[in-house]
Design a protein around this ligand. Structure first.
Ligand code: UT7
Length: 322
């Protein structure tokens, strides 16, 4: 018997307020033309009063539970990826747990910035396969609008807020053909000054603002993503041509195009949401996954590859048969 973590349901949540490039250009020295040409972004959602990383995560989790046909009490593990927690501690995962009314489960946050969802799903999968959990909620949720320097046009136009969630369940079968088939994670801390927040509890006692050397991050992203995708497909015993849908981290449409070209993957197989959500960090992969599940593009039996790269640097990829 092979135990796998299978995908039981997905969900997502976005803040009510939607902000176009044109609206942004009223207060930031930028233009719709520049943003679309350099990034593919046309729109983003920005959290308003009362909307936080935990409230968005809870809404996404509820939608995923409903899609999975499970009750909140069926969940015995919550792993939440975020770089913008409601508080320094406790973990936002425990706030979500309480909001969902789950009396007892394992709940913790994972900090790997834009790769956070890949780290979170890999940890949840390991715990499910080891028998430590049966039904897991894996969430990526962010409110990056609250750590942006709105005076810095090189970064503030790039990000948005939102949350995505999946429910994974343990399944034992003779062949183990569906569920998470392989995953690979990497980190290289030598580059942590290329994308970071200039504050923190132990250093400045402030939250800090996001800083990024965009061009250098771009260069590393294309190389690292192509290499981890090749690596994870080899581990799964497959080739990039076997991929039905690539669900990438949504940082920049040009990165997605370049990665697809490097892997000789048809652009139609890449799920693209950066135009409407911008970069939502750890939320971007589960948000894109939920969108493509709900619009019927992804069907039972399809082979998905999720991938992301972000601050640290951290990066990773995961092969999943629906
Ligand atoms: O999620 C984690 C991973 N993050 C990423 O992967 C982000 C990776 N990086 C990128 O996506 C791109 O590097 C950016 C979108 C951030 C920047 O695009 P770029 O093509 O590398 O532009 P650039 O930084 O070389 O800037 C080109 C010009 C500059 O003007 P000069 O020096 O050529 O006169 C900038 O000052 O564009 C200017 N510029 C802007 N103009 C209008 C920078 N930001 C803006 C702006 N509006 N918002």
């Amino acid at each position: 018997m092979i135990r796998r973590s299978v995908l039981l349901g997905t969900g997502s949540a976005l803040p009510v307020r939607s902000v176009s490039n044109a609206e942004l250009a009223e207060t930031v020295d930028t233009s719709d033309e520049w943003i679309v040409e350099r990034t593919g972004i046309r729109n983003r959602h920005i959290a308003g009063e009362g909307e936080t990383t935990a409230t968005l995560a809870t809404d996404a989790a509820r939608a995923a539970l409903e899609a999975a046909g499970l009750a909140a009490q069926d969940i015995d593990l919550i792993v939440l990826a975020t770089a913008t927690p409601d508080q320094t501690f406790p973990a936002t995962a425990t706030i979500v747990q309480a909001s969902l009314g789950i009396d007892d489960c394992v709940a913790f946050d994972v900090a790997a910035v834009c790769s956070g969802f890949l780290y979170a799903i890999t940890v949840a999968d390991s715990m499910i396969r080891s028998g430590a959990a049966r039904n897991a909620l894996v969430i990526g949720s962010e409110t990056f609008s609250r750590i942006l320097d709105w005076e810095d046009r090189t970064t503030c136009v790039l990000f948005g807020d939102g949350a995505g969630a999946v429910v994974l369940g343990a399944e034992d079968s003779a062949e183990g053909k569906r569920g998470i088939l392989a995953s690979k994670l990497h980190a290289d801390g030598r580059h942590n000054q290329l994308l970071y927040v200039d504050g923190g509890p132990s250093t400045t006692q402030t939250v800090g603002k996001l800083r990024m050397k965009g061009q250098e991050v771009f260069r590393h992203a294309v190389t690292n993503l192509a290499s981890v995708l090749t690596e994870v497909m080899e581990t799964a015993g497959m080739a990039p041509t076997d991929i039905d849908w690539l669900i990438p981290h949504q940082a920049n449409a040009r990165i997605l195009d370049a990665t697809a070209r490097k892997l000789k993957l048809a652009p139609e197989k890449v799920v693209m949401t950066v135009d409407r959500h911008a970069n939502t960090s750890a939320a971007s992969v589960p948000l894109a996954l939920d969108l493509a599940m709900r619009d019927g593009r992804i069907r039972t039996g399809d082979l998905l590859v999720l991938e992301a790269m972000g601050g640290g640097f951290t990066w990773g990829a995961c092969v999943l048969r629906v």
